[in-house]
Design a protein around this ligand. Sequence first.
Ligand code: ADP
Ligand code: MG
Length: 499
Amino acid sequence: MPLILAVPVAIVAGMSRCAKRGVLIKGGGVLEKLAQAQMLFFDKTGTLTGGRARLVDIESGPTLAATELLRLAASLDQVSQHVIAQAIVSAARERGLTLSLPSNVEEQPGAGLTGVVDDRHVAVGSYSFVSLLASSADWSQQFLRRTGYDGATSVFVAIDGAVAGALLLVDEIRLETPRALRLLRKAGVKRIVMLTGDRRDVAETIGAMLGVDQVLADQRPEDKLAAIKAAHSSGSTIMVGDGVNDAPALAAADVGVAMGERGAAASSEAAGMVLLVDRLDRLAEALRIARRSRAIAIQSVIAGMGLSVVAMGFAAVGYLPPLAGAILQEAIDVAVILNALRALHVHGPREGRPALAPAAFDALKTEHDKLRPILERVRATADQLTIIPAKEVAAELADLNELLQKHLIPHEDQDDAKVYPAVEQLIGGDDPMAAMSRGHREIRHLSRLLQRMSSDLRQEGPDSKMLAEILRVLHGLDAILRLHFAQEDEIYHSLAEAA
Ligand code: ADP
Ligand code: MG
């Protein structure tokens, strides 16, 4: 019966919709499983985060210069596909270091690697990997604690059997990650789990920022695999990953999703789905399309069968002559297949709506990047004020005030006058940026307070009460500015999602 065609028609239509949105689905079975998925597993590094880690600090013991430590680590990491390894290599290149070719390299996926560089035995990787191979250093624990607070990743380096130093890397959460997770929940995902080879405290900081349901840290590739297998009993599972070491987990999940672009070949082969566009929100879109397509398929079949049964009933009692019955059945089949084709028109949340031009998004992003040092300066000033002599406080504060008044406040004014009205046009609705605008007023209020406090300061500097008051304003300003910038970045990025 052509009725049965309704299912493949709707499914193939859904796959074609996904392909148009840059999501490659390798077969109808994958789409059907995607539609039923309840549990989502995410790898952290390179998937929830952008995988473009920046090297922010080098801790090196007394025996070795920081640049030499970086050079040796990067030389070894040249042969690794890991995103963190690639970040270390580019950091070394940016600093103009000449890398050597390593030999005898052995990599343990998701942990690190060992090899010989310039006749020295070098090990690079996570703390647990390196500390098993080398005698540890007394600063390690303190270093680890510090990285745990702000969710930065640490990579340890051992040379000739002793831990020689560590690299601190910050891998920012993707701009679209929070929105993507929200959309996925809206599309029906019940449980979101973060799987990572990184340390517990780091993983939990990131997990808390994103609001995932569970964080599984210190996971070796085989642990990730076991976690997915264990989840099978409680419903359909999706695993999203990017690295070579995610391949077993991707293969074990009902639907394995590889983050394309950089997506190591190994992980896209193990995956049933590839996100060709390096945006996590496309996964939410694909899930939505899959659900709708499946619902349309089921609806078509049920409606078609119902109509056929009714027609057969009429035919049986003689109200429908055979010829008319055959024509009616044809009509039902055609109607059902046309209905199934509706799956071609399932739209993403912002598809077809006006989008922020890529150039405009880049301009807004550059503007923020230029102001970022001022944000850093607010926090740095707060730290400074508690250390420097009271007499110097006034000058320090005056410097900061000048920066704020000259660069930051004009930027916020510009946002209110020009950027927000344009953004509101794109979002639509009545005053959608009202809450964001409120942030501008708070920023202006706090910087005015700071200005007044600064001009009230006498030569000898603030007394302890006044200092406490100044610090309160500085910390408040720091927190609000960070949040405000992050919110704006997220809004702009979601609008830049072009059709
Ligand atoms: P995730 O599961 O979050 O993607 P991984 O399991 O891939 O993380 O890696 C865990 C940790 O192992 C990293 O944070 C890093 O410290 C270390 N590591 C793994 N491979 C390498 C490598 N090639 N070079 C340096 N460090 C590595
Ligand atoms: Mg990874």
